[in-house]
Write a protein that binds this ligand. Structure first.
Ligand code: MRU
Length: 350
């Protein structure tokens, strides 16, 4: 069973990232030596997926710290604050980015790290911790999901939520992987996920490497597969889950959830608790990133629409909580009513 890391820290103060824009045609690694280039790489989706964005940005701060020429803690703090502002502005929807930056901020502001060397070491150690914890979290999500995956299940998955979207293993795709590893004889239907084809390019790449049987389908085919052949469950990731369970995820998730509801197919959201945003009451409060028109008008270099057409390209949509069967996290599975269940899980008042 293959495993790989798409984000890697090199001791000389370099972040190496697998360029996901080029997969599966080319395997190219890019090296980043400063936070501005790294923030641009997140924007350009060299790396993508909520947990991976958070990890890359944390290492963006680590590069800044390790390479800093600052001679006192105040000067280093101010360099880190500037880097953090740029990294926070890279992509708006996935809350994991802001969670990771808040966690790094606690280190940066901790008076305990009262020398340049101590602060540099602490920033790097925290970035490593954020990265490594993610792997165990994903495996726990998988373990919690196993009772929900019947033997021989056909499972629809949207976008890419695997090793490429995380530090390793993945969330929703990790569930499919774990079911396969446990010999459950599962079959995946991978939504190709227009416009950037994270399903057709990236999830297919991962499942092929892992030997999981699958078919790539166009996003609009899910209803047909449910009606004609039967689908046992859908499982998707999330970029932000609001306190009421409304979930932001890759554009097209909402359509999939509605068609699953219509066909009586359970619809699961798999996400670490770092994706749950109790400060956001419902989905309409979530900022939806609008991306460049060229993602719709072109496939790679090839133009597919007439010149100068207007394009709407929201990167995410909101699936209302009423279409979600359960949210699967590393701490447990939450069922409706989500306000209560998520508050209990997150240890917050409602
Ligand atoms: O635009 P992307 O590719 O970053 O969107 C990714 C998704 O929507 C994923 O489903 C989500 O981030 C969860 S990844 C574990």
């Amino acid at each position: 069973m293959s495993t790989f890391r798409s984000i890697e820290w090199l001791d000389e103060g370099i972040v190496r990232m697998l360029d996901q824009r080029k997969l599966p045609i080319e395997t190219v690694y890019n090296d980043y030596e400063n936070y501005t280039d790294l923030a641009q790489a997140i924007k350009d989706m060299v790396t993508r997926g909520a947990p991976a964005i958070a990890i890359a940005a944390s290492y963006g701060l680590a590069i800044t710290a390790v390479r800093s020429q600052a001679t006192n803690v105040d000067a280093l703090n101010s360099e880190l604050a500037t880097a953090m502002a740029t990294l926070r502005a890279s992509r708006p929807t996935a809350v994991n980015l802001f969670w990771a930056m808040d966690r790094m901020e606690e280190i940066i502001n901790n008076p305990k790290f009262d020398s340049v060397t101590a602060l540099k070491d602490a920033v790097l150690a925290e970035a490593h911790a954020i990265a490594e914890e993610d792997v165990e979290t994903n495996k726990s999500i998988g373990r919690n999901a196993m009772p929900l995956v019947p033997e021989g299940a056909t499972i629809i998955h949207h976008c890419n939520t695997g090793s490429l979207a995380t530090m390793d293993y993945g969330t929703a795709l990790g569930i499919i992987r774990m079911a396969h590893e446990q010999g459950k004889n599962v079959f995946a239907l991978l939504d190709e996920t227009r416009p950037r084809l994270q399903g057709g390019r990236l999830s297919a790449y991962e499942l092929k490497e892992q030997g999981v049987p699958f078919k790539v389908i166009v996003d609009g085919a899910s209803g047909h597969f449910m009606r004609r052949y039967g689908v046992d469950l859908c499982v998707v990731g999330a970029d932000r889950v609001a306190a009421n369970g409304d979930t932001a995820n890759k554009i097209g998730t909402y359509n999939l959830a509605v068609v699953a509801h219509e066909n009586g197919v359970p619809f699961y959201v798999a996400a670490p608790t770092t994706t749950i945003d109790m400060a956001t009451k419902h989905g309409d409060e979530i900022e939806i990133e609008e991306r460049h028109a060229s993602e719709i008008t072109h496939v790679r270099e090839c133009q597919i629409t007439p010149d100068d057409v207007e394009v709407g390209n929201p990167a995410f949509d909101i699936t209302p909580a009423k279409y979600i069967t359960a949210v699967i996290t590393e701490k447990g599975v939450v069922y409706p009513p989500f306000e209560e269940g998520l508050a209990k899980l997150m240890g917050s008042e409602i």
